[in-house]
Ligand binder design. Sequence first.
Ligand code: FAD
Length: 416
Amino acid sequence: MRYSGFRVIKEALTGHKGWKPTWRDAEPQPEYDIIIIGGGGHGLATAYYLAKQFGQKRIAVVEKGWIGGGNVGRNTTIIRSNYMLDGNEPFYEFSLKLWEGLEQDFNYNAMVSQRGILNLIHSDPQRDAFVRRGNAMILNGADAEYLSREQLQEELPFLNYDNARFPIKGGLAQRRGGTVRHDAVAWGYARGADQHGVDIIQNCEVKGIRQKNGKAIGVETSRGFIGAKKIGCAVAGNSSRIMGMVNRKLPIESHVLQAFVSEGLKPVLPGVITFGAGHFYVSQSDKGGLVFGGDIDGYNSYAQRGNLPVVEDVCEGGMAIMPMIGRARVLRMWGGVMDMSMDGSPIIDKTDIEGLYFNGGWCYGGFKATPASGWCFAHLLAKDEPHETATAYRFDRFHKGLMIDEKGMGAQPNLH
Ligand SMILES: Cc1cc2nc3c(=O)[nH]c(=O)nc-3n(C[C@H](O)[C@H](O)[C@H](O)COP(=O)(O)OP(=O)(O)OC[C@H]3O[C@@H](n4cnc5c(N)ncnc54)[C@H](O)[C@@H]3O)c2cc1C
């Protein structure tokens, strides 16, 4: 079934009897050509592009819970490609371009909204650093715009420009950045993959990876063994657990990140705004809630919930740049498990076990990467070679010292 305005009118006039389930609830088959572990955004996008773009058949996505229950449905929905380093920027710009055509491509309203993202500048050295980043973005074909304090005062009069500690001196904007309805991305990719014949198997936890003669030949699951010629792991915060099943240690730590939503307000924020001196980012959803977040909790955990000191820290960040936020009441908050890598950048690579491929290390920036991550992982699984925008995302960079350390923090996963 294709979705369209015509379809909505037709269904409205005929009692809404014609809508079909968005995807089939598939039963596991004994064997597939390719199994993707993890039905988050990255796993579903991989399956979708494997089938649609790379002509692969007999594909299954195996998800331990329900589609949209992981980070893909827990994030603060921000998309952007404002990276500086050559290893990152072409990949994230590729992703942003895919976002721009995604809804037409998979025929689903994911509410892609290029309302812009603004990084605030609070000191002269920070201005230098941000202008450098903007220039690097432009050189890589992305858009970036420096905004003076005066321009910002005109566009966003409610910001606290004269905060004694963190005065606002300007900003780096990417107008093509913005937000996307996060769980609709999971549903859209699930529907698109299903329409191309992919089996989406929910409530099916992978508990082991069976090997024969050093080759991965299938997954042991809560619903029995499922054979596969190739297995792709895309489980985000649970990456270390899955790779632990084959006794491999990853350059990744799992940490909690929280998100917050306020009560619904009249439109007040035109786009995404980030605090440049602390860690706070905020946008306003189409329902009116302010959607915001900040730092990770800072301790290793697989729990999808956070603790109160971070709530205080995040709210302080908000108060520093826009004191009006203190009048809004927080309605909901939750946590997700982040796969924080040693240099803050992801991994899309084969493992040393034949037939087993890995996608992870997205830290808390993997939502914006979903389309490109899916495309590049599908490329790797189908062709056994990396996509041109993901050549830097290999395991061996940690051996060779070729870090893609966007923040310059060093091997400190909790600080990336
Ligand atoms: C609070 C928060 C805010 C964020 N904000 C942003 C943002 O604004 N912008 C941005 O770009 N990124 C953001 N992120 C990061 C982004 O959400 C993640 O990097 C990205 O969603 C991870 O990829 P995924 O969608 O595939 O993960 P997930 O949705 O977590 O998918 C992984 C799936 O694997 C499944 N799984 C795990 N173990 C097994 C198993 N043994 N067997 C079968 N299935 C298994 C899980 O159930 C899960 O559904 C944020 C994350 C959080 C938590």
